[in-house]
Design a binder for this molecule. Structure first.
Ligand SMILES: *[C@@H]1O[C@H](CO)[C@@H](O)[C@H](O)[C@H]1NC(C)=O
Ligand SMILES: *[C@@H]1O[C@H](CO)[C@@H](O)[C@H](O)[C@H]1NC(C)=O
Ligand SMILES: *[C@@H]1O[C@H](CO)[C@@H](O)[C@H](O)[C@H]1NC(C)=O
Length: 503
């Protein structure tokens, strides 16, 4: 008992020694310090709102002090390698206000060139306004595992010298971060993803946002066998049901060209592909079905065409599928809905799909967003109320601008429908009125049936929908009284263009 206590004390003593004594090798070398000071000299920290605050990371970067203690600098304590990490955050927000900004000093030499002398594993610049091309010199920091620049206004091609970053695991350039304006000098790159980068076989994350690269994706990326995230997107901002990726956030957007190389479909570790807003073309090969770990696939706003291979249905882990804004055509395979049991958002809007909407698609029980609008779908809306337990979230469904024919039967729609957009069918829902069974959709918030030549009266059963908030029934042939529940919506009920309605 006593010896056990003594043993514990000895261990505690050793632990506290380890914690208290300054770790060997933590002290910065003269060379490392100079490299960092040269880097600092290329940047300026502007204090914006509060000139007295002491929050600028560079305030601690003082010559003659141990650089391992400087804000944003990490040293290696175990093997005495020196400075192995720089993580600079160029913006600290106090409340809603930004208190300072780090910007590059113009004409201060090749940006970041001095950093090549450091055995860096990690280089992360957040909200440092670099406003320049990626430094070619960094290609020789072969130790680098993480290279991240967020909100830095980077433009130009990726230097071919980056083929030397053979240990790189994360390559992230996010120009759109924190609302930093996109580079004014776009379009920039023309060389696409340089073939030299295929040597980076340790890559897990390849994420370029609003870099506006032109050129093609080389087939040799098939060597990135650890890759989980492949993102080269030029659409900015977050997407939601109503606000899609803007098709082009960059003036004169360049965008990747050519097709998806076969090599891409060998990367079976991929969980996410996002190539939104490029100029990619060709059809989607059946080998897409091999990427069984995919959770998110975004090919929106490109120039893909042809039939969607049924093999997409093999992507059982897929939660987000965005193919909107392309030229995909022909019928949807019913296997799509049968096997995609995890799908949360499906956007096939603004394509050239035709034929009926498969029942299986409307009955994916996890679905929260389904956009099939602006296509050539025909026939009635299929039954969407097959038994099973539905997502706890509601469904937002947009099938506007197709050739869907009436009558609309709310009793057959998914019972958790929250938003229902069936406006302006080229075929018109015509002559069929709005059935009073609309009241079965008890989660309904938004209903858009405008421009469909709908006749008859507006059912009073709208009064049974507790969450109803917005109704567009404009440009139909509705007649009779406006029921109180609709009248109560005021401006949120659009009834224009129904000359026979009594106000
Ligand atoms: C950097 O600063 C931004 C803006 O203040 C903040 O949102 C972000 O979380 C910070 N990032 C890191 C890594 O500290
Ligand atoms: C629904 O689809 C129509 C036609 O493509 C589009 O104009 C509208 O913005 C979409 N609305 C929502 C909320 O998705
Ligand atoms: C749409 O698809 C049909 C075949 O389903 C094809 O004939 C037509 O050319 C396509 N239109 C466009 C604009 O791609």
């Amino acid at each position: 008992m006593a010896s056990a206590t003594r043993g514990c004390l000895v261990i505690l003593f050793i632990i506290s020694l380890a914690l208290l004594s300054p770790a060997q090798g933590q002290v910065c070398t003269q060379e490392d310090e100079q490299a960092l000071l040269d880097f600092k000299a290329q940047l300026r920290c502007n204090k914006i709102n509060d000139p007295t605050n002491n929050a600028c990371p560079f305030d601690s970067w003082v010559e003659g002090t141990d650089c391992c203690q400087w804000n944003g600098v990490n040293c290696d304590s175990s093997s005495q390698q020196g400075v192995i990490g720089i993580q600079l955050n160029g913006s600290i927000s106090l409340g809603k206000r930004t208190s300072f900004q780090i910007t590059r000093v113009p004409n201060s030499g090749n940006f970041g060139a001095s950093l090549v002398q450091l055995p860096l594993l990690n280089l992360e610049l957040t909200f440092v306004d670099v406003n320049a091309n990626l430094p070619r010199e960094w290609g020789s920091i072969s130790t680098l595992k993480t290279l991240v620049i967020r909100g830095g206004r980077i433009f130009g091609d990726i230097p071919t010298a980056y083929g030397g970053l053979v240990n790189l695991e994360s390559f992230v350039i996010e120009n759109a971060a924190f609302g930093v304006p996109v580079p004014a000098r776009s379009p920039s790159g023309t060389a696409g993803i340089p073939k030299e980068l295929c040597k980076l076989t340790e890559l897990v994350t390849f994420h370029l946002e609003l870099l506006n690269l032109g050129g093609t994706i080389p087939d040799c990326i098939g060597r990135w066998s650890s890759l989980q995230e492949f993102v080269v997107r030029n659409g900015g901002g977050d997407r939601d049901f109503s606000g899609r990726d803007p098709s082009s956030s960059i003036p004169n957007a360049a965008g990747l060209t050519g097709g998806l190389p076969a090599g891409l479909f060998r990367l079976t570790s991929l969980t996410s592909i996002d190539l939104n807003t490029n100029r990619l073309t060709g059809s989607l090969p059946s080998s897409i079905g091999r990427l069984i770990n995919l959770e998110s696939l975004n090919l929106g706003n490109n120039r893909f065409f042809g039939q969607l291979p049924g093999d997409v249905g093999d992507l059982m882990n897929l939660q987000f599928l965005y193919l909107n804004g392309n030229h995909f055509s022909q019928q949807l395979s019913s296997s799509l809905g049968k096997k995609l049991k995890a799908l949360v958002e499906l956007d096939l809007g603004s394509n050239n799909f035709s034929g009926p909407i498969p029942e299986a698609v409307l009955n994916i029980l996890t679905l929260e967003v389904l956009r099939l609008d602006d296509n050539g779908f025909t026939g009635k809306l299929p039954k969407g109320n097959l038994p099973g337990s539905r997502s706890v979230s509601n469904l937002r469904l947009n099938v506007s601008l197709n050739y869907i024919s009436g009558p609309l039967d709310p009793r057959l729609l998914p019972p958790n429908t929250q938003d229902l957009y069936v406006c302006c069918q080229h075929s018109k829902l015509a002559r069929t009125g709005i059935p009073s069974s609309i009241s079965v959709l008890t989660s309904l918030v938004t209903l858009d049936l405008h421009d469909n030549q709908l006749g008859g009266t507006i059912p009073t059963s709208f009064g049974q929908l507790p969450d109803l908030d917005r109704v567009d029934l404009s440009y139909n042939n509705l007649m009779g009284q406006i029921p109180p529940a609709i009248r109560a919506l005021g401006d949120r009920a659009n009834l224009k263009g129904n000359p026979l309605l009594r106000r």
